[in-house]
Design a protein around this ligand. Structure first.
Ligand code: ACO
Length: 332
């Protein structure tokens, strides 16, 4: 049976480090509150304006392509997961296609927020196993810093997010034991307004008004407690379902790379799954929530650190806006 395998990974973080103390100068918050509630110590912001998600994606993609031994002209399809595209349209995948110097290939944007990378992995897996494409580049990249409200009103959301990009290359593998073994995707729009960015909106005429700007409806709004409850419920559920379908238990998992929204969420999810903390990958302490980029950054860093090698079985799980949630099991 033909499988799709992850053959390269890359990541890129902008150089500007923003600490919790830096944010405490802009709003009533503290390093202690942020660390206790979320595990975040610092995050990265773009150095200056004019840098979009596709710009962060370029170095991440190049690193992933290098590891896979491919050049940009070898790429057959790009899937770009982001909730912060460079502009409203076109999608960021076309900007990346042009900036990398790829051929006139398929370029697709995926809008599934924190689950966007795993949704993209499922598409790449299906394309490759069906023989549609051979060399698929997946990128998750976000520029949050230009879209969060860095003041008192926005403090509950603003402290959570950071900018960054991660990428993987997915290619066919003849080795039946290696590759993407399972991906499971879910959504429930009952939560659509629990975490959203409302405006500009095509359902309003005009799409953006001065009143909306004054009310801050162009900034993300979140019911943090509801998202937290759903996340600690759904992430273990979907991950356990993936393992069960493969006849695996948590003991067969070598590394767990969850989405990075909150360290407490990830510790609870790992505990529910009986996965020891030493198998848990986290980057939220250094980068905050980079949304579609968290999992590919985690994969790339783990690979470079030697925590991923040939044969390593990696479990991934995500939960985010939509609500959407997903899991995957990959053998490297
Ligand atoms: N600094 C200090 N105090 C704050 C801050 C802040 N930045 N933000 C809120 N507070 C205050 C609140 O006003 C509240 O005060 P009150 O008790 O006087 O009303 C108090 O701190 C406690 O706030 P809670 O909301 O109860 O804090 P909680 O323990 O729930 O933690 C958090 C909040 C961290 C946001 C948590 O709910 C969470 O992690 N939720 C899930 C986030 C998530 O998973 N997002 C999804 C991914 S994102 C995506 O898909 C795009």
């Amino acid at each position: 049976m033909m499988r799709a395998a992850i053959t390269g990974a890359g990541h890129y973080l902008p150089s500007k480090v923003v600490t919790n103390d830096d944010l405490a100068r802009l709003m009533t918050t503290s390093d202690e509150w942020i660390q206790q509630r979320t595990g975040i110590k610092e995050r990265r912001f773009i150095e200056h304006d004019g840098i979009g998600a596709s710009d962060l994606a370029v170095p991440a993609a190049k690193m992933a392509l290098d590891q896979a031994g491919l050049a940009p002209v070898d790429v057959d399809a790009i899937i770009f997961a982001t909730l912060s595209p460079d502009v409203n349209f076109p999608g960021s995948a076309v900007f990346l296609q042009h900036k990398l110097g790829c051929r006139q290939i398929c370029a697709l944007d995926v809008r599934n927020q924190c689950s966007g990378f795993l949704y993209s992995l499922s598409i790449a897996d299906a394309w490759i196993r069906a023989g549609v494409y051979r060399n698929v580049l997946i990128v998750g990249a976000e520029v949050h810093s230009t879209g969060i409200e860095l003041n008192e009103r926005g403090r509950d959301v603003a402290v959570l997010f950071g900018d960054g990009a991660g990428a993987v290359v997915v290619q066919p593998s003849d080795d039946d034991a290696r590759g993407i073994l399972d991906v499971e995707l879910h959504a429930d729009g009952v939560g659509a307004r629990e975490l959203w960015l409302e405006a500009p909106a095509s359902m309003y005429v005009p799409r953006l008004t001065q009143a909306m700007l004054d009310e801050g409806r162009h900034y993300p709004k979140m019911n943090g407690k509801a998202v937290f409850r759903w996340a600690v419920d759904k992430m273990p559920e979907v991950a356990a379902a993936s393992l069960a379908r493969l006849g695996m238990t948590s003991q067969d998992v070598d590394l767990f790379v969850p989405h990075q929204a909150n360290m407490r969420i990830n510790q609870l999810v790992a505990m529910k799954l009986n996965i020891p903390q030493e198998k848990l990958v986290h980057n939220i302490d250094r980068y905050g929530n980079t949304t579609a980029a968290t999992i590919p950054i985690g994969l790339s860093e783990s690979w470079k650190e030697g925590r991923i090698a040939k044969g390593t079985r990696v479990l991934m799980a995500a939960f985010g806006a939509g609500f959407t949630w997903a899991s995957a099991v990959v053998r490297f």
